[in-house]
Design a protein around this ligand. Sequence first.
Ligand SMILES: [Zn+2]
Ligand SMILES: [Zn+2]
Length: 379
Amino acid sequence: MSEKSRYTPKDIEQNYYKFWEAQGFFEIDGNSKIQKEGKSFSIMMPPPNVTGRLHIGHGLTFTLQDIIVRYKRMDGFKTLWQPGVDHAGIATQNVVEKQLLQEGKTKEEIGREEFLKLCFQQKENSQDAITSQLRYLGVSPAWSRERFTMDDGLANAVKKAFKKMYDDGYIVQGNYMINWCTHDGALSDIEVEYEDHAGKLYHLKYPLSDGSGEVIVATTRPETYFGDTAVMVHPDDARYKDIVGKKVKLPLTGREIEIITDEHVDMEFGTGVVKVTPAHDPNDYEVGKRHDLEFITIFDEDGFLNEYCGEFKGQERLEARDKVVAKLQEEGFVEKIEEHQHQVGHCYRCNNVVEPYISKQWFVKKEFASDAIKRVNAG
Ligand SMILES: [Zn+2]
Ligand SMILES: [Zn+2]
């Protein structure tokens, strides 16, 4: 077999691809000779992030889309497959920050202008790599219409849509409990990754204010006790009938909180007494709303403990944990500490431990999607 007669895809594929593209076959009128009156079809390529290169998952998604649009073109539809790339916001910022750190520099050192320049350089590099990969993949989007999600047209469309939704009452601003990364800020639920952690369960003693005894509560995050605004027991729990309505004094700070009852308490778990930290736990957030409790936030947006934490004010919340526990032990407020396997949420961007945190953010009302939800549920 001679060298020439062997099939070498590399030599052949790109020549055909260039021919297809040059002939305009991927554009909306590429099949104009067979287009049928009034038939049109369009889909958008989910724009890949300019954080790097395409992976095998993109290969699958784009091949499936390619099969669909090629079929529609052959079936006489005026067809648009809209290509583009996405700025990806903080994810791209993180890529550039990591590159800088490898050179021993920070974004603060080089300044805003220089940092933005590097971000756009990253965008150019990544976009070049992605579009080249797509062409090697052989897929057929309408390249003449390629967009970047920060182009003026798209940015204006976002502003317009936001204003319309705001005017229609679908966008509201308010203080709600969200996922918070002390490095990256607000995270959506899908941006939190859960891992099994070999942690600890700390059993703390809260003395009754009237000196008649104490209750034991258990927590995996002992530093959050500074934000407790109640302890609760089940209304049917005979063990605690006599202390409901009494007060306990929080260790070290001495702030007084009430013992309340709530049907949601699991009598079988631990001692059956539960600490309530409405500003730092999603379940307790609901409890706090049900019982009209105070919401006490104990650290700032960067994770540094505030004045509710007494002598620990100014310390980073995770670094402070062992010191808080040591002090509690010293003062006799720790009953025991057990090994405890549990799930901990991590930031998908920086792997920081995610905190439930009350923050003022913009939200879209779920009613905005009620029609779509109805259709999905109706199958
Ligand atoms: Zn972890
Ligand atoms: Zn983070």
